[in-house]
Write a protein that binds this ligand. Structure first.
Ligand code: KG4
Ligand code: ZN
Length: 315
């Protein structure tokens, strides 16, 4: 692919309608419209509301992204969109829009896996010349948590993945039980304190699959015990102890795979939970290999990461 090709990328897998435009290595725009406020009162994403919001927003977001990039549709060389995984109605809006543009402009369209977008999101605003394989990728998002090893952009193997609640989902649910604002992950990040941590659940073996439903249930049981005894629920202690358990589990497992795959050149972290301050602090203690995080604004769902991975994939 020629260096200066212009790509328009679409992300619509969940509640964010996002369109980014990249020219060569440079991100020209990344416009996002989120329906998060509409879901807040339900304490979680309502798929039908998300799909409707994508339908009403996507053309406006596209117009804004082009305007910000100072380009027109005729400048585009190809289109990329999130094809999976995600909410089916939400994904469908992005797919139809991408294919409509590609047909209209007679340019190629590329399907991107949302998780690969998170895994390589560091490269939204960092030069892909830094990318050295093999890579270990730790993606911690709302829908999925995994550690994978990539020996090339198209050769990606999951080493460990969540078998029930992902880390973000568990934090969101614990936040909801505690009466914290949605999304719980961000609320818990904001109130975390290491002052009075308690052991909510025993550690899992390092090579066991990621499972965060146990810590969620442990937190819920503790909250219920306080409520039954008509005692004040220690919100901060339970929230912080849950986050401590989850971040310890992520880091222990990553270290396990790092010692197993000694040829690893870099660790790429991504996903909404990778914005978490405690997680970043713990990961910064890993010294044997470079651990790279996306810029904060690219940790959550965004089309810029879809554009960045499309570029890496087609380099
Ligand atoms: O990757 P993402 O934007 O969406 C999915 O693909 O799932 O991740 C969303 C998740 C939510 O569960 C949210 O609570 C969590 O990321 N999250 C955080 C933080 N910011 C977002 N969790 C902990 N600390 C944060 N600062
Ligand atoms: Zn995501």
């Amino acid at each position: 692919m020629a260096k200066q090709e212009v790509i328009l990328a679409i992300e619509s897998s969940c509640d964010d309608t996002s369109i980014a435009i990249m020219k060569g290595n440079k991100l020209l725009s990344n416009v996002t419209s989120t329906s998060m406020k509409q879901h807040r009162k339900y304490g979680g994403i309502v798929p039908e509301l998300a799909s409707r919001s994508h339908c009403s927003e996507i053309d406006k977001v596209c117009t804004l992204a082009l305007k910000e990039a100072k380009l027109t549709l005729q400048d585009l060389d190809y289109v990329a969109y999130t094809a999976e995984p995600g909410l089916v109605g939400s994904l469908h809006v992005g797919k139809v829009f991408a294919n409509m543009l590609a047909t209209l402009l007679n340019i190629p369209v590329i399907k991107i896996n949302h998780m690969m977008g998170h895994a390589f999101s560091y490269f939204v605003d960092h030069d892909i010349k830094q990318l050295k394989f093999p890579v270990l990728s730790l993606v911690v998002s709302g829908g999925h948590t995994f550690i994978a090893r990539a020996t090339s952009p198209n050769n990606f193997k999951y080493l460990n993945e969540s078998i029930d609640d992902a880390a973000g989902e568990a934090l969101d649910k614990i936040g909801r039980f505690l009466g914290l604002p949605y999304p719980g992950g961000i609320s818990i990040d904001n109130i975390y304190s290491n002052k009075k941590l308690i052991e909510l659940a025993p550690n899992k073996p390092v090579d066991a699959p990621f499972t965060f439903s146990g810590i969620k249930t442990a937190a819920l049981n503790m909250i219920n015990t306080y409520k039954m005894k008509k005692q004040i629920v220690p919100v901060k202690v339970i929230a912080s102890s849950s986050l401590e358990w989850i971040t310890n589990d992520l880091v222990r497992k990553l270290e396990h795979y790092l010692s197993k795959y000694k040829d690893t050149k870099m660790v790429l972290v991504g996903g909404g939970v990778s914005a978490n301050k405690l997680l970043r602090k713990k990961l910064s203690q890993i010294k044997k290999v470079k651990v790279l995080y996306p810029t904060l604004q690219y940790t959550n769902d965004n089309a810029a990461m879809i554009a960045a991975y499309a570029r890496i994939k087609n380099k």
